[in-house]
Design a binder for this molecule. Sequence first.
Ligand code: GLC
Length: 443
Amino acid sequence: MNKDSATMLDRFLSHLESVFFIGLHDAEEIISNFHKEMSHGLAGEKSSLKMIPSFVCRPKGTEKGKFLALDLGGTNIRVLAVELDGNRNAVLTAANKSVIPQEMMAGTWDNLFDFIADCVLLFFKENDIGIHQGYSLTFTFSFPVAQSSIASGKLIGWTKGFTAAGVEGEDVVALLSEALKRKGASFIHVAALANDTVGTLMAKSYADPSCDMGVILGTGTNACYPEKIAHILKRPGLGASGEMIVNMEWGGFNQLQTNIYDNILDRASLNPGKQLLEKMVSGMYLGEIARLVIVEMIEQGLLFRGTSLSAFSKGYALTTEHLAMMTQGSDFFADFGLRDVTAADRQAIHEICRIVSTRSARLAGAAIAAVVTWMDANLESEHTIAIDGSLFEKYPGFQGCMSDILNDLLGDRGAMIKLDLAKDGSGIGAAIIGAVAAHITSR
Ligand code: GLC
């Protein structure tokens, strides 16, 4: 590479860094806007945070029994059996996992729910569970649902690439119950409905009472926390005192500075204008943001000597796993048919991955700081944040970048916030919700 090209490449990368950087001032602004949007959302006013009451509060840790859960996330569907010992221990006793085929995500309501019902029946068969008695199941449905009770709620709108027709506006518990009936499985009663963030919070707080926030950093991103019922102004009938977990749907937060790549991604997405925070943070989109940067650099002659555009021209060809590989020190070039990549190109791609993933982690950290300071403005107590999702669990350096921004924002008080992996949280938590729901309905 000659000296001029090297200078142009350096210039491009430092510009990129500045365009993606979330500084302290940006993070403080995000926190203040989060607080405004939370307040509007709780009051039922126009807000990019839906702030959905979940009809469940945190567990006591004494809940006991065997429970079934069905977890429909972004990429997989899982059926699980969980045993709670009544003494803060939850054990996964059986689990089946299937990938949701693309044609189900984009097909029709009956095909999707029949497929889900088949997965439940397969779980019964493979685990040799008899069908001679009734079973209660909690349905973790990881999409924005306007819940009207512990066991009913209508899908507001699909996220994370799902488009199955005939589900938006419908009660997803009714759709699942009907599908189970069609498949001859009426012995299964769908007793509760939950978001994955709520499951994650429930799972961790069953074991650890200092846990007061659930976060997902995976295909999508979202969070929940326990809110004082008196503050949920849009639902006056919920009771006079106590708390209820609120599903924020923070992926929809939109008071953000987007850049040219975010705007291109958004315009070409299945839900333009929606889920802006999710599109800047979550695993479904980070690879695509990096791909858009790479395409521009190839077009400007700054990468791969201006060749090989076709390998990167397909939307979503680059995934977050590819970015993680690069960050780890290996690379994804073979997947794109690239050989003899120069050291300068390799270094540039490495930088792109770092820039895109650092912004994601800093935004996630700022959003967590916003919720914690909403609950406890002066950080007087300890807060354990239960976090599930492959971005948090597996992306090299992601957790460190989140802690950095928390420390920058909160100084020593940042130590009051503990980020804690809640592996399989949403499934285990669903079982705990089942236990809490059984208590509510038997009262
Ligand atoms: C999307 C969904 C939300 C879910 C999150 C994480 O943002 O809308 O309900 O919690 O993904 O799976």
